[in-house]
Design a protein around this ligand. Structure first.
Ligand SMILES: Cc1ncc(COP(=O)(O)O)c(C=O)c1O
Length: 359
């Protein structure tokens, strides 16, 4: 079955707004309806089984992104997970940030008065980071894998290389604009911490996210919390001290369960197949846009590409595009689109057809 048949996309809609929020597979939506009914059934037992359910969600995350379930935390979104981590790290740490990265990464560092320096995001991104590390000697490198405005994607082999060269540097990432588009193995990635919200490329709706941490970061956090007593109450006896920070209260099992469902859906298709499809459709988009000189120069000059593209047409085209059923979003100097599993070459042809009327 073609991948878009797993989604309910009305005729006349070309959905390219995954960098804003992704579509839910029909199977996830069906599950949500059934789950909500069963969950609030007065005589039902599901409301009393929340901890075991969240453990299954963590297990699905660990399974898909290849890590140990003990080092996965279910959070309501990326931002909560990241600030929870940040507030556990020594205040003396120095942070290397990317200029104009998503505000949920940079602003918490700035607002807490921590020491930081930024590097430019351009076609030389990896070199800029390398130089930043050598000159500034940060304790933490913090970055989104895919930049939310221009779509520049870090070379993931470079992260591994940096980790080998600087084993003491903590590398903390945001996978919100990336996870769900290709296979990713956290334990060999070089990242010490990686979080994401589930509502974009993971196609899971709002209210769910997660954070994964490396053994090294787990050890560092445990050492910092060494002197603190574990919770004494029986109902919290199975929580690790790190969990008491990342998962302090009750979780929404409908939201987190949606993440599980969509992860299982992605696993069923195979993230290799997702990658193949996304690359095939994105390649057509990149070629057509490059031919019309509508890519950002910093993107056009890089060989590593994401499936988030900022098309250099005036942001004011947004309302006409949406009027024509092309769902996208104005960001930075252009219009941002994303190409995911449910998109087709036909979607790109439709987009280009409309863009050509502006020229
Ligand atoms: C790079 C990146 N990270 C994170 C997020 C979302 O984070 P949160 O769901 O915590 O607001 C976005 C949303 O646009 C994003 O683009």
């Amino acid at each position: 079955m073609p991948f878009n048949h797993h989604f309910d996309i009305p005729t006349g809609i070309t959905y390219l707004n995954t960098p804003g929020n992704g579509l839910l597979p029909r199977s996830t939506r069906q599950w949500r309806t059934e789950r909500d009914n069963a969950f609030f059934d007065v005589a039902g037992k599901l409301r009393d089984q929340q901890p075991a359910f969240i453990q299954e969600v963590r297990a699905d995350i660990a399974d898909v992104f290849n890590t140990d379930v003990q080092r996965v935390f279910a959070t309501p979104n990326f931002s909560f997970g990241f600030t929870t981590l940040l507030d556990r790290l020594p205040r003396t740490f120095k942070y290397l940030l990317l200029n104009e990265d998503y505000p949920s990464l940079n602003y918490p560092v700035i607002s807490r008065g921590l020491t930081y320096r930024t590097v430019e995001v351009n076609e030389q991104l990896e070199n800029n980071i390398r130089n930043g590390i050598n000159e500034f000697r940060p304790d933490v490198l913090l970055l989104s894998i895919v930049q939310y405005v221009n779509g520049i994607k870090i070379d993931l082999a470079f992260i591994q290389e940096i980790k080998r060269a600087h084993p003491n540097l903590l590398i903390v990432g945001d996978g919100t604009q990336f996870l769900g588009t290709e296979p990713f193995s956290f334990d060999i990635s070089g990242f010490d911490g990686l979080g994401a919200s589930g509502y974009k490329w993971l196609m899971s709706g709002f209210g769910n996210g997660f954070f994964m941490i490396s053994e090294r970061l787990e050890h560092l956090l445990n050492t910092a919390l060494d002197e603190r007593p574990l919770p004494q109450e029986a109902m919290w006896s199975s929580k690790t001290i790190i969990q008491t920070f990342f998962e302090p209260g009750h979780q929404d099992t409908l939201s987190h369960g949606s993440l599980s469902q969509s992860l299982r859906f992605l696993k069923g298709i195979g993230l290799h197949e997702v990658k193949k499809h996304v690359e095939t459709v994105s390649t057509v988009a990149y070629e057509e846009l490059a031919r019309r000189d509508l890519l950002l120069p910093s993107v056009a000059n890089r060989s590593i590409r994401s499936s988030l593209i900022n098309i250099q047409i005036p942001p004011s085209c947004y309302s006409d595009l949406t009027d024509k059923g092309i769902l996208c979003f104005p960001r930075g100097s252009g219009i941002r689109v994303g190409i995911h599993l449910y998109n087709t070459v036909g979607d790109i042809e439709r987009l280009i057809e409309v863009i050509d009327t502006y020229r």
